[in-house]
Ligand binder design. Sequence first.
Ligand code: MG
Ligand code: ZN
Length: 367
Amino acid sequence: MRSYQTIILIAVLLLSVGCNKNYQQFGAHKKAQNVILLIGDGMGLAQMSTAYYFGEGQPNFSRFPIIGLHQNKPTDELITDSAAGATAFSTGYKSYNAAIGVDGDTIPRETILEMAAARGMSTGLIATSSITHATPAAFFAHVKERGLQEDIAAQLPKEPVDFFAGGGLKFFNNRQDGRNVLEDLAKAGFTIDTARLDRPAKLSLSQKYGYLLAPDGMPKMQEGRGDFLPQATQLALDYLSLNKKGFFLMVEGSQIDWGGHNNDSEYVIEEVKDFDKALGVALDFAKKQGNTLVIVTADHETGGMSLSAAKVRMQDDYNHIKPTFSTGGHSASLIPVYAYGPGAWAFAGIYQNNDIFRKMVEALRWN
Ligand code: MG
Ligand code: ZN
């Protein structure tokens, strides 16, 4: 063999080893057994970027090999709310603002959580809002209007949810109709804790676990919520991963959106930091487990947040960031998607929010 042929051969071999490594990291080679979908409600690029300027150490966002963008326009308007946004992720159908698990014609559509359960997988939902709030609700409930939180609560015992943690107790036990839906949850096999995120002595798939730890939304991080979100994520993963058929888990950092609505950058920053910790828990699990697709995204951006320079005597001070906001509502900007694990490669590029549903289904090889 001539020397230039040897060099070419070595180069090709090196290249193929390199590609193979990327091929595995981007998850093109195998089927996902589990999916963890983490939604930072209202988390646009500016909100996510605060983790890089106001956080400690390297954010967990940096651990994702694949980044894409989604457009989140609903069927009836240009700018989405969380209900239509989450319904697009959960069902693959774009719908109207306020829709929960129903399409543009108010027809209930099967959610990825329901589909997972029908295939023998375990399912979980975690939020720092009420568990009946738009984002988590769109994964298990089917109602025409997001404000019907008591109806949403009443649907939970009939739905194939195995684990949930968040706020919203009042929609179960302090209702207009006088019903106590906690009793229905107990009949459906749930152990309900309304006091704290206590870890059961022994987690068992023959049990279901529900944590309702606030009357409505959970406290803010600034009010001492502590490590609820990362700890609930860890507990859910320890439980759901007992199922060898796999699981679907949705984790929401609900209050990034609320900080944006309040145009309160400190509120946003603390909620993003907390959400980033939950990402770390999900990624550590996925790395160890090997067959878990982790997706991080937001439904939309809130506040038109910008990481502007601080102003000193009318001048921009490029040494200091003082976030500003352009609206008290949501904005239309495209939203980042971060992916890790089997099927992750498909999340590169620019696509619609409801394509995220299809990409998850493809990663699970359900079709
Ligand atoms: Mg939400
Ligand atoms: Zn909002």
